[in-house]
Design a protein around this ligand. Sequence first.
Ligand SMILES: Cc1cc2nc3c(=O)[nH]c(=O)nc-3n(C[C@H](O)[C@H](O)[C@H](O)COP(=O)(O)OP(=O)(O)OC[C@H]3O[C@@H](n4cnc5c(N)ncnc54)[C@H](O)[C@@H]3O)c2cc1C
Length: 348
Amino acid sequence: MKEVDYIIVGLGLAGLAFSRELEKNKKTFLVFENDSQHSSKVAGGMYNPIILKRFTPVWDAENQLEVALPFYNELERLLNSTYDTKIDVCRLFTSVEEQNNWFVKCDHPFLSKYLVPEIITKKYRGIDAEFGYGRVIKTGRIDTSALLNDYRSYLKDKGLLRIESFEYDQISFNIDSTTYGNIETTNIVFCEGFGLKKNPFFNYLPMQEVKGELITIYAPKLEIDFVLKSAVFIMPLGKHLFKVGATFNWNDKTSKPTEKGKKELVDKLNKIIKVPYDIIEHVAGIRPTVKDRRPLVGVHPEKSQLAILNGLGTRGVMIAPLVAKELFNHLEKGEKLRKEINISRFTE
Ligand SMILES: Cc1cc2nc3c(=O)[nH]c(=O)nc-3n(C[C@H](O)[C@H](O)[C@H](O)COP(=O)(O)OP(=O)(O)OC[C@H]3O[C@@H](n4cnc5c(N)ncnc54)[C@H](O)[C@@H]3O)c2cc1C
C-alpha cells in the first residue's frame, strides 16, 4: 500500500496551485489527470483587475494579484522558463460617452491605480479607432499551456502524476483511513473544472459552465504591442501571431471547437481590424463558472476527507493561487474559509 497525505484530481490551474502548496509545505501527494477538460490549457491567460465592459473592479483582485504574481514568478524559477509576459490592455472606445466615463473612473481610488487618465490617439495600421483607446497598466498574460506542460513533466519525473481517470466509485471510506486502489490517503482534493459534473460527492454544487472558443491568427501587418479589447480581445503572441477570443456559450457542454464559434469570432474581428490574416489554430474549453460567480472551496459536508477547489470561472489565472493557499490553510491549520468562497454557502 502506498501512503500519501493527499490525492489531487485534475491538473488544470486549480490542481497546479494546490499541488504547489503541498510541495512547499512538504506534504506527500499524487495527482490524477485524464485530459477530459481543456479550460486551463486553452485559456487566454490574461490577468487584469478591471472589468472592461463598464470599467469596474474585479472581485478581490488586489488580494489575488498579490499572491498570484509571485506564485507564477516562483514557477518560472522552478521550471527555468518564462510564463509571465507583462503587457498592457487597451480598451477601444466606441463613443464620446465611453471616453467621458473613462475619465470619471480614473478618479476612483482603486481603478486609478490601473487606468491611465489620457486617451491614446495614435493610429495603428488596419485599426479604425475614431475615439481612441484607454490604457490599463499592470496587466499581463500567463502562458498557461506552456506552464501546465512543463509542470506536468516535472511531476511525472518525480513520479507524482498518473495520467488516468480518477474513478469515484473506487474510493473506500474505512474507519481510520481512506483508500483509492492501493493508495492510502488522508485527503482527496477535487480540482476537475467542469468534470465536477461527474463527481457524485460534489455535483450538487451549482456550476454554470460557460464554453469559450479562441482562434490564433497570423497577421503580419497588424502592429499592436498591447492587448486590444473590443468586442473580442486581440492578444499579441510574437512572430505576428495573435490570440483572438473569446466566445461565451451557456448551452454547448462539449469542449469541441465549432464552426459557429469560429464565425462569431471572425465576424467580430473583421469589424475591428482591416488587415489580412490567416487562422492557424482554433480551440475551445469550458469555464467552470458558478451561479454566484465565486469559487467553490471547502470540505464535503459529510465526508471530511474530501475537499474541492473549483469554480474559478473566467479568471482562473488570478484566483487559483490565493484560493489554493486558503484551502491548504483551512485543511492543515484550521483557518476559517471566507464565507463567500466556502461551499458551505450552498448547504447552510
Ligand atoms: C476560451 C477560454 C479563455 C479563457 N481565458 C482566460 C483568461 O484570459 N484569463 C483567465 O484567468 N482565465 C481564462 N479562462 C478561464 C480559465 O481557463 C479557468 O478559470 C481555469 O482554467 C479553470 O481551471 P481549473 O483547474 O479549475 O479547471 P480545468 O482547467 O478544466 O482543469 C480541470 C482538470 O481536471 C481534469 N479532470 C477532470 N475530471 C477528472 C477525473 N475524473 N480524473 C482525472 N482528471 C480529471 C481535466 O482533464 C482538467 O485537466 C478562459 C477559459 C476559456 C475556456
